[in-house]
Design a protein around this ligand. Structure first.
Ligand SMILES: [Zn+2]
Length: 142
């Protein structure tokens, strides 16, 4: 069963009607067997989904994505806060600092965080220095 919103061109009435299938609707329509519930006119047609409806749906999707994004952002910001509180920020010196910790065996020193190039990370990995990549968001950025 399929429900269509029908529109009467004669009296502008709108009403719902059930059909076995969309084909049945086409068949009845061609044979002029569809009549207006109000004025019995045969100038009845299926209303087409309005563009507004389509727009409002994409708006819902957008909101969903935004919600998802905000959730992920919140998680990342939570990690960032943890990192900021427990790790030492070394900025662009990350590779240098990571090496100095590694080679000077400063095992007990505070962890560090900062920025490094892909190249740096690759070299550090080859030297057996563990690093973790982490997406970083500017808290003031939307
Ligand atoms: Zn009518």
């Amino acid at each position: 069963m399929i429900k269509y919103k029908l529109f009467c061109k004669s009296c502008e009435a709108k009403f719902d009607s059930w059909f076995a299938s969309s084909n049945e609707y086409e068949r009845l329509n061609k044979k002029k067997l569809l009549t207006c519930h109000k004025c019995n006119s045969v100038k009845v047609e299926k209303t087409i989904m309005s563009p507004q409806l389509i727009n409002s749906k994409s708006k819902i999707d957008e909101n969903l994505n935004l919600k998802k994004y905000n959730k992920v952002k919140k998680t990342i910001l939570g990690y960032q806060r943890f990192i900021k509180e427990n790790f030492k920020y070394v900025g662009d010196n990350f590779a240098y600092e990571a090496r100095s910790i590694h080679y000077n065996d400063k095992k007990k020193s505070k962890g560090i965080y900062g920025t490094a190039s892909q190249e740096d990370l690759k070299e550090l990995k080859e030297e057996g220095i563990d690093t973790q990549m982490f997406p970083w968001i500017d808290e003031n950025q939307n």
